[in-house]
Write a protein that binds this ligand. Structure first.
Ligand code: SF4
Length: 322
């Protein structure tokens, strides 16, 4: 009999992560792909790669989907649970650091803060509009300064003098960095200033009016940046924990939630199998003119049959699938 595993799929607009965990929650596989505006193709490629790695060695006993493309991914693969990013991230973090009180999550295109007590979410905030506090902004600045992004944090730690960079938005931050460079500050000092600005901006925007309490956990792709971690610790005056799988916490949480759900209900997985890459999967969208909401409704067909619809605020379409 093959060992059971659970898949977690996190489809964001910038990246798609897929993990597989075993029944003891050990990570068996993890992959990171650029979504590049093609979530369907990206998920199919990820599943195809997993097939090569895992098919014949393990039995997929459940699948969870999360991220902004979670409905799409859920339909495509036949997910057992589809959960929002806040729930998925918090689930993975509580599993790694049960006593966590505050989660800082900074990814490629958005950031979140999640507050917990006794393992339960009490509050959260998300930033999906301002790029100044995200990984893509740091990538852009690393490129502009001609520094590999993986060395960015190390540069910050080598800064000799402190400088303040205006971090309120990408335009201000970039022009301030350029002017500080012209004044003769070193790359190290500018990068350190930028890391501190990003953390200040993040805490001001997402943590405003909230009680930010330790233990703190920092996750998401940007948690690899030691300069940002140091800036958090300096600002908060407290250690910040980075979990081992900090870069795939969303997909890890989705896998954990799928496992928990299937084990508690005793249901069989709806996973379509590793052959999903061969399924003819056609998404279309239309604007519903039924009322002034003018919802953008997404329709997905598989082999000419409507498999799913979503995006309608009132349930007019989702409730009428045959
Ligand atoms: S889906 Fe419902 S809420 Fe949305 S526009 Fe149509 S009738 Fe209005």
């Amino acid at each position: 009999m093959l060992e059971k595993i659970y898949l977690g799929i996190d489809v964001g607009s910038v990246s798609t992560n897929i993990v597989a965990i075993d029944e003891e929650n050990n990570l068996i596989s993890k992959s990171y792909m650029r979504t590049e505006g093609q979530p369907i193709e990206t998920v199919k490629q990820g599943i195809q790669a997993l097939k090569k790695e895992l098919d014949g060695k393990y039995e997929v006993a459940g699948v969870g989907a999360t991220g902004s493309g979670r409905q799409l991914a859920g339909i495509l693969v036949g997910a057992d649970v589809v959960k929002n990013e806040i729930t998925a991230h918090a689930t993975a973090t509580v599993n790694a650091v049960p006593e966590v009180r505050t989660i800082f999550e900074i990814g490629g295109q958005d950031s979140k803060i999640i507050f917990l007590k006794d393992g339960l979410i009490t509050d959260f905030a998300m930033n999906t509009v301002c790029a100044a506090g995200t990984g893509s902004f740091l990538d852009h600045q690393a490129e502009r300064l001609r520094i590999p992004i993986q060395d960015f944090g190390e540069y910050a730690l080598r800064a000799e003098r402190k400088i303040r960079i205006a971090g309120r938005c990408t335009v201000f931050a970039e022009s301030d960095m350029i002017s500080k460079q012209q004044f003769g500050f070193s790359k190290e000092e500018i990068i350190n200033g930028l890391c501190e600005a990003l953390v200040r901006n993040y805490l001001n925007n997402l943590g405003r009016g909230k009680k930010i309490e330790p233990p703190y956990v920092f996750q998401g792709g940007v948690a690899a940046n030691v300069g940002i971690r140091a800036a958090f610790e300096k600002e908060l005056g407290e250690k910040v924990i980075i979990p081992k799988n900090f870069d795939v916490m969303g997909s890890l949480g989705a896998a954990l939630l799928a496992k928990e759900y299937l084990q508690s209900t005793g249901q069989k997985t709806k996973f379509r199998g590793f052959e999903v890459a061969d399924i003819d999967f056609v998404p279309t969208s239309f604007e519903c003119t039924g009322c002034s909401n003018l919802c953008e409704v997404i329709k997905v067909e598989i082999d000419g049959e409507i498999a799913a619809m979503w995006g309608d605020k009132c349930g007019r379409w989702t409730n009428n699938i045959r």
